[in-house]
Design a protein around this ligand. Structure first.
Ligand code: GRF
Length: 207
């Protein structure tokens, strides 16, 4: 099968992106990253792409009059490279309706909690783990899901739990969850690239 053309959106360190790069390089994922776009100029994920000779692009939101215009540029950039699958790997901006429609059923996001807990507006990055620790839950985890027009509300592809220990701090919990994120994001992208994911309403069936 031809490798699936992948576009990645990032805003930060890009450790999830790196996990995808590594699993493409070792043949585990039948994909090819055609373009990495960041909304942050200093996102280390851009460097990770450059080291692999993957095309990278920094798009400055301030150069555009609206979120819609910014997203139209994102769409244009990915379509110009015939990208099929979009991966949000720590991307912190909201996607427009146009973008979601353009890539409907082909946008995968990784979230650092067991959705529907600790997700939605304002729940990203370390804020998620702080809310988990403050609440005192015993189990958290990570979720990979298809993106719909809501925030962290699309059909769930994979989840994996992480036990919260009394001794856990923000940093130890973040580390544990991030390792699980890498694992299930790679697995979900692999399944997509092998055409083994089917969306049935709110459910994702693994064929
Ligand atoms: C992490 O907090 C992760 O949970 C979320 O985005 C953040 C950055 O991840 N998905 P990365 O290292 O940039 O992939």
């Amino acid at each position: 099968m031809e490798p699936v053309k992948i576009g990645v959106l990032i805003s930060g360190g890009g450790t999830n992106l790196q996990a995808i790069i590594d699993n493409i390089n070792n043949g585990n994922i039948n994909g090819k990253i055609e373009l990495i776009i960041s909304n942050k100029e200093d996102a280390y994920g851009l460097v990770r792409g450059q080291k692999e000779n993957i095309e990278t692009l920094y798009l400055d939101r301030k150069q555009y009059n609206s979120e819609e215009e910014y997203n139209l540029e994102l769409i244009k950039s990915f379509k110009a490279r015939k990208v099929e699958l979009i991966i949000l790997a720590g991307y912190l901006r909201v996607l427009s309706k146009d973008f979601i429609e353009e890539f409907s059923g082909r946008i995968i996001n990784i979230h650092p909690s067991l959705i529907p807990s600790f997700c939605g507006k304002g729940y990203y990055g370390e804020r998620v783990h702080k809310a988990v620790l403050d609440y005192g839950v015993k189990i958290t985890g990570a979720t990979v899901h298809f993106v719909d027009e809501g925030t962290d509300t699309g059909p769930i592809i994979l989840q994996e739990p992480v036990r919260v220990e009394d001794s856990d701090t923000l940093d130890t919990l973040k580390e544990k969850v991030l390792n699980v994120e890498h694992k299930i994001l790679v697995q979900a992208v692999k399944l997509y690239c092998e055409n083994r994911l089917a969306i049935r309403g709110r459910k994702v069936i693994i064929k």
